[in-house]
Design a protein around this ligand. Structure first.
Ligand code: ACO
Length: 333
């Protein structure tokens, strides 16, 4: 039987630190408002001329590949999750592939928003288990600061998001003790418009029907914060339990839960629902904000780098996001 295993992990965040105090100088907000509702103290924004989605992904991937003890030329497939591509098309995975000198290797673009990394990992897991590929680079990268609306109108969303990238190398293994145990993917399009960006999209035929264009704010993120909160706190525990049930495990068996860093209040609620102690849940949203598809690999990487994941640990990844989408992955490290 073939399984997949994470053999290398890396992350990159831009050096430009944007504190809540800085945001206070450009919009009507306060450190207290942001901290109380989201837990976020600072986030990173790209440096113009230095960072792009693809360049951040390239840096994170170089580290992951090096830690896996292989070279870019050993990678036989790339799965790349993002909702903030440098170009409308093609996705940043193709530019990253070029930068890493991996021309010829297939690149699969994944969206799926905050659940994008779980969808990407699950896809890589299936390709490896089927025997099609052996060494897959899985990336989550987001450069979101350029589309945030920093006026007072957009402040409810703008204070939450940040930029960054994370990557893992997944390799084929026959070792049943150290592997991805299972992945679980879900979506409910009923709520597609509860967290979305309308433009650029073909639902707005601007060129031929200018008279139908009702406003000029359709490029902003719209978030129904209450709906997101309400569904997230149900779907996170549900999909974690689904993964545990599938493998005959209980919440006590989890050594580390790495949730998508949506909002500290959501993660805290989920932790309490799962009856888990604080030290078993990874949170770094305080430093980076919500980095959408990049948040899980960045948090997983920091957990690994700081010794919070040891050989044989049971690690659970879980996400909820726009779509709505949600998913989980259970890994025996
Ligand atoms: N600073 C100061 N005041 C603000 C800000 C801000 N950045 N943003 C909004 N406000 C004001 C509003 O204008 C409003 O003022 P009013 O009462 O005078 O009208 C007041 O604060 C309350 O606004 P709400 O939108 O009702 O804020 P709420 O208390 O619901 O908090 C939040 C908003 C934090 C988004 C909340 O709904 C929430 O936690 N939702 C969960 C969604 C979430 O976490 N999304 C993360 C990303 S999505 C994901 O990853 C899945």
């Amino acid at each position: 039987m073939l399984f997949s295993k994470i053999t290398g992990i890396g992350h990159y965040v831009p050096e430009n630190v944007i504190t809540n105090q800085y945001l206070e100088t450009i919009m009507e907000t306060s450190d207290a408002w942001i901290t109380e509702r989201t837990g976020i103290k600072e986030r990173r924004y790209f440096t113009y001329g230095k960072d792009t989605n693809a360049s951040m992904a390239t840096e994170a991937s170089r580290i992951a590949i090096e830690r896996a003890g292989i070279s870019p030329q050993d990678i036989d497939f790339i799965v790349f999750a993002t909702i903030t591509p440098d170009y409308y098309f093609p996705g940043p995975g193709f530019v990253m592939q070029r930068e890493l000198g991996m021309q010829g290797v297939g690149v699969l673009d994944i969206r799926d928003q905050c659940s994008g990394f779980i969808y990407a990992m699950s896809t890589a897991d299936q390709f490896i288990k089927s025997g099609m590929y052996k060494n897959i680079l899985v990336v989550g990268s987001e450069l979101q600061s350029t589309f945030l609306n920093h006026s007072n109108e957009g402040r409810g969303v703008a204070v939450i998001f940040g930029d960054g990238a994370g990557a893992v190398v997944m390799q084929a293994t026959k070792d049943e003790q150290h592997r991805v145990l299972s992945t679980h993917l879900h979506a409910d399009g009923t709520y597609a418009e509860d967290l979305y960006v309308k433009d650029p999209g073909s639902s707005r035929p601007k060129r031929f029907y200018d008279d139908l264009v009702e406003d000029n704010k359709t490029g902003d993120v719209f978030m129904n914060g209450n709906a997101v909160f309400k569904h997230a706190i149900v779907r996170f525990p549900e999909v974690i339990r689904e993964a545990l049930d599938k493998n005959g495990l209980t919440p006590e068996d989890i050594d580390l839960l790495v949730p998508h860093q949506a909002n500290l209040r959501i993660s805290e609620y989920v932790r309490q629902q799962m009856g888990m102690p604080e030290e078993k849940v990874m949170n770094n949203i305080q430093k980076y904000g919500n980095t959408t598809a990049a948040s899980i690999p960045i948090a997983l990487c920091e957990a690994w780098e700081t010794g919070r994941i040891k050989d044989g640990d049971l690690v659970c990844l879980a996400a909820f996001g726009s779509g709505f989408t949600w998913g989980s992955a259970l890994i025996r490290w």
